[in-house]
Design a binder for this molecule. Structure first.
Ligand code: VNL
Length: 393
């Protein structure tokens, strides 16, 4: 064989090898399953983004970065908590990156702004944080793994009147989740014989709680019932003490957003004894949660996971299991495989209601106590398998 022929033969063999490699299963496995995770990573709600990103990464570290033979690519984007930015990023992720799932959504307006993108592109959208009841009704492609404010609100409205709290002023952040928290607390509390003597709404951005707390003080209720979004609780608690409401014998109760595990430990004495209702506490007593808290803390320089982290962690679970079921196929099939999932979460048992696409879980009544030198929301009562009361309108 002359040199020319030998070269030709070599070339042919190389081409064959390349073609074979392209058709081999290992090449197919290089195909990607992309998840677009849109979060507020900067600005006043950055702690929510940080918690959810850390939880999603922990889930992947524990469960592998391939699913249904495809490599999982998590694309994290910062929307700075501006709805128009969230929507634009979602569009880019769908059109350019061809993601199979949109996930994250730190605040209600961010989820609502993006809902039309999910509907138009038939892309499942997993809400891991935002919690206004109506969000799941904004698109048939929305699934929620966080919680809803009506779920959290009604538990405390049942507990309070049985525990010497008869007269309440509500004080909520003036947007979707705050209005849900106010309405569902007020209706149920009143039904139970309690009295809401004033309903105060505080601007959502850069809130100054002082004038509102002064009003509460003047009204002399048994308790002030609060909702503020995750991250804002520390400022509220500080002003509550500065205004002397605790000294005046006014109790603070609310949904667990105010005693968020991310910031609770820094609140100090004023938080002691605060009663809240919520779906997750870092001190939830289960072997699975102990493992979760330990692994999360280890991977994140001692950070304590809050309820946002759990929404992110469970959201990844729902996405992974759905992708396994569809062998990585997206769209309607992926959405359908997310519906009806039942599993144990660090928060306790979880069910994704196939009809409403919303999360069903336990709500716990908790009290802030010192455990081993640290402040925790200690669960002392469980209301089992709570569906979103907002869906039965
Ligand atoms: C929302 C609800 C945001 C509860 C939160 O923290 C929260 C929301 C940022 O739906 O906007 O704790």
């Amino acid at each position: 064989m002359n040199l020319d022929k030998l070269m030709q033969k070599r070339h042919f063999l190389t081409s064959l090898a390349v073609a074979a490699a392209l058709c081999s299963p290992s090449a197919w496995s290089q195909e990607k399953f992309k998840i677009g995770l849109i979060l507020p990573m900067t600005g006043p709600f950055a702690s929510t983004g940080k918690q959810i990103e850390a939880a999603a990464k922990l889930y992947m570290a524990q469960n592998g970065d391939t699913v249904a033979g495809k490599k999982v690519e998590l694309i994290v984007k910062d929307d700075t908590s501006a709805p128009d930015v969230t929507k634009r990023i979602a569009q880019e992720l769908v059109v350019n990156d061809k993601v199979s799932v949109l996930a994250g959504f730190g605040l209600t307006p961010l989820a609502l702004a993006t809902a039309p993108i999910a509907t138009q592109s038939k892309t499942p959208l997993v809400v891991m944080a935002a919690a206004t009841s109506s969000i799941t009704e904004a698109s048939p492609f929305i699934i929620r793994t966080s919680f809803t404010l009506p779920q959290a609100a009604v538990g405390l409205a049942d507990w309070a009147p049985k525990n010497n709290i008869k007269k309440v002023v509500t004080l909520v952040s003036d947007y979707g989740p705050g209005i849900d928290a106010e309405k569902y607390f007020k209706d149920r509390f009143t039904f139970n014989g309690g009295q809401v003597i004033d309903t105060l709404r505080v601007p959502m951005r850069n809130p100054d709680f002082a004038p509102f707390l002064q009003k509460v003080r003047d009204a002399k209720p048994d308790a002030v019932y609060v909702f503020v979004p995750s991250g804002a609780g520390a400022a509220l608690m500080k002003q509550f003490a500065e205004r002397g409401l605790d000294k005046a014998g006014i109790r603070l109760i609310g949904t667990g957003d105010v005693t968020d595990d991310d910031i609770l430990n820094g609140m100090g004495e004023v938080a002691m004894g605060v009663i809240t209702s919520h779906h997750y506490s870092a001190s939830h007593n289960s072997p699975l949660n102990k493992k979760f808290v330990e692994a999360f803390s280890k991977a994140n320089a001692g950070l304590r996971p809050n309820f946002m982290a759990v929404g992110g962690y469970d959201g990844m679970r729902v996405i992974y299991e759905a992708a396994k079921a569809t062998k990585g196929v997206g769209g309607q099939a992926l959405l359908d495989a997310m519906k009806g999932q039942v599993f144990e979460s660090p928060r306790g048992p979880v069910f994704i209601d196939a009809q409403t696409r919303d999360v069903v879980h336990n709500i716990y009544i908790r009290k802030v106590e010192r455990v081993g030198g640290q402040l925790y929301n200690q669960e002392f009562e469980t209301i089992k398998d709570v569906k979103d009361p907002g869906k039965s309108r």
